[in-house]
Design a protein around this ligand. Structure first.
Ligand SMILES: [Ca+2]
Length: 345
């Protein structure tokens, strides 16, 4: 199976660059390695994909530190030519302060990304990188500008792929309302539906981190007029696992990507963002999906930031409900095989 897959990838590598599918990555980063960088690396390694630019938004970590981690990964894995920008550093409305107040009323979060008490640092600080300092620099403009410029130059061709909070995308579409119609599609890891784990409030999977970190941005982006929206939710994330065995399988190779993961990857965790990346590269990984009306609750009460959804059979109850394809299940063997083969390149 792996051999067949490699053959397919090899054939795809022979295609001209114009045949490659164009993608812009917007991501939050807690590095080195981990789901944020591993998903980006999968897209960068894929011969059928052309990563046109990367914007780093605050979420799992602050944007400035995340961008340095991303640049270091690009440098070590042979992808130094891809432009990286710092995107949104703060959510539109939500904040660390509001979250502390929320927790005093409604219960303590299990995970808050850049706002975690453990290891907290100020947004402008870039702590020393575990993978060492990078020699690469961010492009001197905002991530929202890089996103818009990338889409504008390639009308109807660019997939906007988002693995973090949606702040930068929301900024870009407020500056350029034509963005959703000029992009090819929106693909994102976010939201949670019928799952009792994986949420940042423990048993409540509808409080999914990316959407919870900036609910207003999620509302803006999910209410926009995209041609197509694909969601990789917590429900499918929790069906995967990054393990010591999988890491060892990757580490057998002598590629730059494999060496990076062998050195810096952990040995546990759901493969949240990797699913969103690999399912875009090879949709046949997904074995079950469903069209739903999906959005996010922006009431600043106990449900702030939770995913809301309805079946498509009912009439959309308001203007802001948009239709999205939600991934429920995957062929895990195929998924792990593709991930390993991409890292071995
Ligand atoms: Ca992420």
């Amino acid at each position: 199976m792996v051999a067949m897959l490699l053959l397919c990838i090899g054939a795809a590598a022979g295609q001209s660059s114009s045949a490659r599918r164009k993608i812009f990555i917007d991501q939050d980063v807690r590095g080195p390695a981990g789901t944020d960088l591993q998903s980006m690396l999968a897209l960068l390694q894929a011969p059928q994909a052309e990563v046109l630019g990367i914007s780093i938004t605050s979420g799992d970590g602050w944007a400035k530190a995340g961008a340095q981690n991303a640049l270091r990964m690009l440098e070590l894995t042979g992808h130094a030519t891809v432009p990286v920008d710092v995107g949104a550093e703060f959510p539109f409305i939500n904040s660390r302060e509001e979250t502390l107040e929320w927790e005093s009323k409604f219960g303590v979060m299990a995970y808050k990304g850049a706002w975690n008490e453990s290891g907290y640092h100020e947004p402008d600080i870039v702590p020393p990188l575990r993978a060492g300092p990078t020699h690469l620099k961010v492009v001197d403009r905002h991530g929202a500008d890089l996103l818009w410029d990338t889409v504008r130059r390639n009308p109807n061709e660019v997939t906007v792929w988002v693995g973090g909070p949606l702040t930068t995308v929301a900024m870009a579409l407020r500056l350029h309302p034509e963005l959703p119609q000029m992009a090819k599609e929106l693909v994102l890891m976010g939201a949670g539906f019928n799952v009792d784990k994986g949420g940042n409030h423990r048993i409540n999977g509808r409080r999914e981190f990316n959407w919870w970190f900036d609910p207003e941005a999620a509302r803006m982006v999910m209410s926009a007029n995209w041609k197509k929206i694909t969601i990789t939710p917590v429900d499918i994330s929790v069906k995967t696992e990054w393990t010591e065995k999988l890491k060892a399988e990757v580490a057998k190779a002598d590629s730059k990507a494999a060496r990076y993961l062998a050195e810096y990857a952990g040995t546990s965790g759901y493969m949240w963002d990797e699913i969103a990346a690999l399912a875009w590269l090879d949709p046949s990984i997904i074995t079950r999906q469903q069209e739903l009306w999906v959005n996010v609750d922006i009431d600043h009460g106990p449900s702030y930031g939770q995913t809301i959804f309805m079946e498509k059979e009912v009439k959309a109850p308001s203007w802001f409900w948009k239709s999205a394809t939600v991934q429920w299940d995957l062929d895990t063997s195929k998924f792990y095989e593709l991930f390993v083969s991409l890292m071995k390149r």
